[in-house]
Design a protein around this ligand. Structure first.
Ligand SMILES: *[C@@H]1O[C@H](CO)[C@@H](O)[C@H](O)[C@H]1NC(C)=O
Ligand SMILES: *[C@@H]1O[C@H](CO)[C@@H](O)[C@H](O)[C@H]1NC(C)=O
Ligand SMILES: *[C@@H]1O[C@H](CO)[C@@H](O)[C@H](O)[C@H]1NC(C)=O
Ligand SMILES: *[C@@H]1O[C@H](CO)[C@@H](O)[C@H](O)[C@H]1NC(C)=O
Length: 359
């Protein structure tokens, strides 16, 4: 029992000073924007130290919770998956089966062509574009793909070693023609359905106006199989550039196709009804399409955030294949609505999001 009465004045002042400095120190740590450290450690018992996260904002906390949910054992629920697919099919005919996902000659008549209004320079489907469209539906119809992988471009793919696992799927979706060969170990090389943002044709190949660029384009595209899906009805890139790419592609087992504008719109409206108002990301469009076309859907490389809270906090590059960083990756609040939906679909057993490394 300390006997305060026995403190002399000097001791008392000293003790007061000590208490004040400790409080001041603690206050400084708590209020500094960086904090002292990202985790605090306390001694639970003699042998074990337990680290706890000391989250500085709700966004970090949310990432931690996502990560924890995604580490739980996953169970598929075929009933829920079928219900979800049925919900899509009931919403619009474009979201049912595979007939109306990409434009092809079978399902378009001359009059119907006018339905697809492309941009101010281009109304309907011109006879020249019609000729470039596949004669028959390039997607399997009447039968869904049994197992599909949708490969996103997040930096979480790096060092994942998931290439073999991805390639085991019957059908592989990829986003925005990523380089395949150098990343075989982490991301695999199988490709069946890959999107291409047509602005790449301008940026990388100067609109394919010179033979040399056409050759470079063909070199790069030789890594891919199946279909390359482009939004042909956007405003940024003239349809003539996309048609030049279609006409100059030399690879027989590869076809550049146009997304059916009605399909793109139906997917957006389906999610609008479910309160996603912003423009959909390509990845989210692909996942919806994969649910429509496949039995099993597994996601790789979907983590649109710049940090992870696994055992340690680590930063995540925006893409696994280049150094680009993007505004959307900086903070949680841009893609988080979409990702919150994906996590729910994972939790319900409809799709599976893979975050762990593959052994
Ligand atoms: C799957 O979902 C259905 C319908 O929501 C539910 O009744 C069933 O218990 C679930 N099955 C499993 C294995 O979780
Ligand atoms: C598309 O065309 C094919 C072949 O003519 C036909 O079997 C199919 O029912 C059509 N689908 C739609 C949705 O129009
Ligand atoms: C997917 O593409 C690979 C080549 O990358 C091919 O071997 C495979 O048959 C394709 N799968 C389907 C279902 O078309
Ligand atoms: C996490 O950090 C600790 C301490 O720096 C380190 O010993 C451990 O190996 C790290 N774990 C992983 C999975 O990187």
């Amino acid at each position: 029992m300390p006997n305060f009465a026995s403190f002399n004045r000097k001791q008392y002042l000293f003790a007061l000073l000590l208490v004040c400095s400790v409080m001041c120190y603690v206050y400084t740590i708590m209020m500094s924007p960086e904090g002292l450290d990202w985790s605090i450690t306390y001694r639970r018992d003699r042998d074990e130290q337990t680290s706890l996260w000391n989250f500085r904002d709700i966004g970090d906390q949310q990432l931690y919770l996502y990560e924890s949910v995604l580490q739980n054992k996953w169970r598929s629920n075929v009933t829920k998956r079928d219900n979800m697919r049925q919900e899509l099919a009931n919403f619009r005919s474009e979201l049912s089966g595979s007939w109306l996902v990409v434009l092809h000659q079978e399902n378009i008549t001359e009059e119907e062509g006018a339905k697809f209004v492309f941009n101010h320079k281009f109304n309907g489907i011109s006879p020249e574009l019609f000729k470039q469209l596949p004669k028959i539906n390039p997607l399997s119809h009447g039968k869904r793909y049994r197992s599909c992988a949708v490969v996103g471009n997040s930096g979480t793919m790096l060092h994942s070693g998931c290439g073999k696992e991805i390639d085991k799927h019957d059908y592989v979706f990829r986003c925005n023609i990523p380089p395949l060969v150098p990343f075989e170990r982490d991301a695999g090389t199988k490709s069946n359905f890959t999107t291409m943002n047509p602005s790449i044709l301008n940026k990388r190949y100067q609109s394919l106006k010179v033979d040399e660029q056409i050759d470079q384009f063909n070199d790069f595209m030789s890594q891919f199989n199946g279909v390359i899906l482009s939004v042909c009805h956007g405003f940024a890139i003239p349809i003539s550039t996309i048609m030049r790419a279609m006409g100059n592609l030399k690879r027989e087992q590869l076809k550049i196709v146009c997304a059916n504008p009605m399909h793109v719109q139906s997917v957006a409206e389906f999610w609008l009804e479910r309160n996603i108002r912003a423009r959909l990301s390509t990845g989210f469009y692909m996942v919806t399409t994969a649910i429509q076309l496949c039995d099993e859907v597994e996601l790789y490389g979907f983590w649109p955030f710049s940090e992870r809270f696994g055992e340690n906090k680590t930063s995540v590059p925006y893409h696994y294949f280049d150094e680009s960083s993007c505004k959307t990756s900086n903070r949680v609040h841009t893609m988080d609505k979409e990702f919150a939906i994906l996590v729910q679909l994972h939790n319900l057993g409809i799709i599976r999001i893979n975050m762990a490394s593959c052994s």
